[in-house]
Unconditional design. Structure first.
Length: 327
């Protein structure tokens, strides 16, 4: 299948790219990692103004969605700029609440998510920790067929990516029980895997672009290292992996929009391809930048440290491959 984005979708991506590039995003990432959330919340508000979060919320709750493909396009750009915060979890929580039905929680939270007023988390799939619970207005915790809302959490745990702040949700108020919770959580998990794959795709592309620019400048034996055949091959392999992952991500988004109940294997395949391609791009960036790749000062470090967590979030490669094989 030959798939191309529409002019409107490409313009949406360009708008997000330009806005994030001019918004001091690296400084917001560093502040978020230090526990200072205001710059990140300000950035969140700008994203909401472009309609990013409304794409995850149905029209009856003041959104414009759900539109999985447009969400995937947006999250590629969020990944490209390593935007901090529970971006995936907020969209997945919106998918969960919308699928759960016309409950008090849906009425209370979905319009706030669409407007960007609420930052929320979702802890499901057996995960012991919630992402950025210290910055969220609420975290929805799914355990079996029960969902609770909590606003308290344990201490923030060390993470490979300092801007992904993990903590254990505590206590909570039971909102619903039963098969509807299980079904809604499965749908939310698929949404989270799709958007994580989109983030990984954007992050991988940014890492590759930055590395290509660097190898044109770094010299050995009085010539740019980008002229070495081994370096060219390494970069070409990275580009091929990302190019292969992109149509899988788009196809998975279309599958989710067409028939959410059957989209799981396609989403899992996209998650594997994008996550592995991003991680490979990070390893290439680390190697070809030399000692510079191991230091925290360059903005490159913000992307390198995010690649492996994104690869494993909402389903490790092994778990996603098992989902593909199960059909």
């Amino acid at each position: 299948m030959r798939f191309l984005l529409t002019d409107e979708q490409r313009e949406f991506a360009r708008t997000l790219d330009g806005m994030l590039g001019a918004s001091g995003t690296p400084a917001a990432v560093r502040a978020w990692a230090a526990g200072e959330h205001k710059p990140g919340r300000d950035l969140w508000a700008r994203l909401a103004e472009t309609g990013v979060f409304a794409l995850a919320v149905p029209e009856e709750y003041a959104g414009v969605g759900p539109l999985p493909l447009e969400l995937a396009v947006a999250y590629v750009e969020l990944g490209r700029h390593a935007v901090p915060g529970p971006l995936v979890e907020t969209a997945a929580a919106a998918a969960f609440l919308a699928r759960l039905g016309d409950t008090g929680a849906a009425v209370a939270w979905l319009p706030r998510i669409a407007s960007g007023d609420a930052v929320v988390g979702l802890c499901a799939d057996g995960a012991p920790f919630a992402l950025d619970a210290d910055a969220a207005d609420a975290v929805f915790v799914v355990r079996g067929d029960t969902v609770c809302r909590t606003e308290t959490h344990g201490p923030v745990q060390p993470s490979l990516d300092p801007a992904r702040r993990l903590s254990r949700p505590l206590g909570g108020t039971v909102l619903a029980r039963g098969p509807a919770v299980t079904a809604a959580a499965a749908h939310a998990g698929d949404t989270a895997r799709l958007l994580t794959a989109a983030q990984a795709l954007g992050l991988g592309r940014a890492l590759l672009d930055e590395t290509v620019a660097y190898v044109k400048q770094r010299t050995q034996f009085a010539v740019p290292i980008g002229s070495f055949q081994a370096v060219k091959h390494r970069l070409a392999d990275g580009l091929l992996a990302l190019e292969f992952a992109q149509p899988l991500v788009h196809a998975a988004a279309l599958a989710l929009a067409r028939d959410a109940a059957c989209a799981g294997p396609e989403i899992a395949a996209a998650k594997v391809a994008a996550g592995e391609a991003c991680y490979a791009a990070a390893r290439t960036a680390l190697q070809l930048h030399g000692a510079l790749g191991y230091t925290d000062e360059p903005d490159l470090s913000l992307r390198i440290r995010k690649a492996r967590p994104l690869r494993d979030a909402w389903g490790t490669p092994a778990e996603c491959r098992a989902r593909v094989l199960a059909g």
